[in-house]
Write a new protein. Structure first.
Length: 109
């Protein structure tokens, strides 16, 4: 492949990641938001986008909270201030919601 052909192919790859319907970039922030959203769905706070129904599943909510806690532990010292703040805020909000639902701290289970 010539240099021009390679540059064109590289450009095509870059465009394909930004096309409508393409997956969002794989970032720390996206991962935290994904786990947070899944926990909100499991707490019945937002409807499932497929079924359009809100269903509570507390064991699943606890699982996603635990996933965020594990992510916090595994990334300790390796994330910037904004990422740390995002992770802390997501966990804080979810812990408040689970306490409201169950009357107990999810860290103690």
């Amino acid at each position: 492949m010539s240099g021009d052909d390679q540059a064109e192919a590289d450009g095509d790859d870059e465009l394909s990641t930004h096309e409508e319907g393409a997956a969002p970039p794989a970032t720390f922030e996206f991962m935290v938001h994904t786990l947070f959203t899944q926990a909100l769905m499991a707490l019945g706070r937002i409807p499932n986008p497929i079924t359009k129904k809100s269903v509570k599943n507390l064991p699943t909510a606890r699982h996603f909270i635990a996933m965020l806690s594990m992510l916090e532990e595994k990334t300790k010292g390796n994330i910037d201030r904004d990422e740390r703040r995002l992770l802390d805020e997501a966990q804080h909000q979810l812990r408040i919601l689970i306490v409201q639902e169950t009357g107990s701290d999810p860290k103690k289970r």
